[in-house]
Design a protein around this ligand. Structure first.
Ligand code: PHE
Length: 345
């Protein structure tokens, strides 16, 4: 057995290299080279098993000494480099208040508002009008008129945020933009081709894809002879107009009390382009919203004759669209108001 493997003549050269490493990347490469799987240290450790038992303690000690020297060197250098980078970052991100006073920076429209505007533009191009409704709603508009019965779990205070106004449980922050459908049907003559953007609220725990306050855009079409294929075609047209032809939409059967039949629609996850990642929980698709043919019970609540008129509705997340369009892997940053993030858009 050759004991050359246990001679580390280069140790002091290696330690020099470590202490001169100029970046964390260089240091990580050095660590790989000196202590990684195919390093001399690893090979020697493997070879130790074959060494005569009487030589083993001595060689083992030598090997440990070398390994500790290298490891300590790497750890110390890493500390220095990390601190250096931190200082550099602090310096770069330092805000000079005096400078701001003399040369004010112009703000710009927030990414969510920009997204809302471009979504509106897509639908205006398709002949829709843009309508708005209140964020504080009555139970009647948010649930009742939409055929959501009092026993429905969505009405539970676990899911909805009620406000102290009027009879307890009668007023809440709207949980979706669908109540605006009802208002638009009450206030306009037929036919209707409208989209209704706005902020909505749910008791959700924030995560990469959810925040308790978010934005939706609702679509409503009421006309003669409207069919499900008109709905599917509209969703497809919108998806390729907004996300580009590479992003596909798919419809999955679902249930909503205010539409029948109903579907949920997903788009290809733009973060991983369909291969599966943290943002799409590994499935390659991201849910964008729900849609379906207006249920006759909803028409009845606003006095529209469902024998004569038919229509469809859809609703989807504006924040989710921004996230997917710009490859933002965590939605929470949209609300952080961190100028370094916002100034990119
Ligand atoms: N309001 C539904 C939601 O927020 C989405 C939806 C809108 C479904 C219109 C069907 C029709 O989940």
């Amino acid at each position: 057995m050759s004991n050359n493997l246990f001679l580390f003549e280069d140790l002091s050269k290696d330690l020099d290299k470590i202490s001169q490493a100029e970046s964390l990347t260089i240091l990580a490469n050095l660590e790989q080279e000196l202590l990684g799987k195919s390093s001399k240290v690893a090979l020697a450790r493997e070879a130790l098993k074959q060494v005569e038992p009487n030589e083993r303690p001595e060689l083992g000690k030598r090997l440990n000494f070398v390994r500790n020297q290298l490891q300590n060197g790497l750890d110390q250098r890493r500390k220095v480099l990390v601190e250096g980078e931190r200082q550099k970052k602090l310096q770069e991100e330092k805000i000079d208040l005096g400078e701001i006073l003399t040369s004010p920076q112009r703000g710009h429209i927030h990414l969510i508002a920009q997204t809302q505007q471009s979504l509106e533009d897509v639908f205006i191009g398709m002949g829709y009008t843009v309508e708005e409704g209140p964020e504080v709603e009555t139970e009647w508009y948010n649930f009742e008129a939409l055929n959501i019965p009092p026993s429905h779990p969505a009405r539970d205070a676990q899911d909805s945020l009620y406000v102290k106004l009027g009879k307890p449980g009668s007023t809440l922050l709207r949980t979706h933009t669908s109540p605006v459908q009802i208002r638009v049907m009450q206030n306009n003559s037929l036919p209707i081709y409208s989209v209704m953007p706005g902020r909505v609220y749910r008791r959700d725990t924030p995560d990469a894809r959810h925040t308790p306050a978010f934005h939706q855009i609702e679509g409503l079409v009421v006309d003669k002879d409207i069919s499900f294929s008109d709905l599917a075609g509209t969703i497809e047209t919108f998806t390729s107009a907004y996300f580009g032809p590479a992003i596909k939409a798919r419809l999955r059967p679902a249930f909503f009390p205010f539409t029948e039949p109903s579907a949920e629609f997903d788009i290809t996850c733009t973060i991983c382009e369909g291969s599966g990642c943290r943002t799409c929980s590994g499935v390659g698709w991201v849910e964008l919203g729900g849609c379906g043919m207006i249920d006759p019970a909803v028409f009845a609540s606003v006095g529209i004759d469902s024998e004569q008129w038919s229509g469809f509705a859809f609703g989807f997340g504006i924040d989710r669209c921004a996230q997917m369009k710009h490859g933002i892997d965590d939605m929470r940053v949209l609300l952080d108001n961190d100028i370094r993030f916002l100034s990119q858009f």
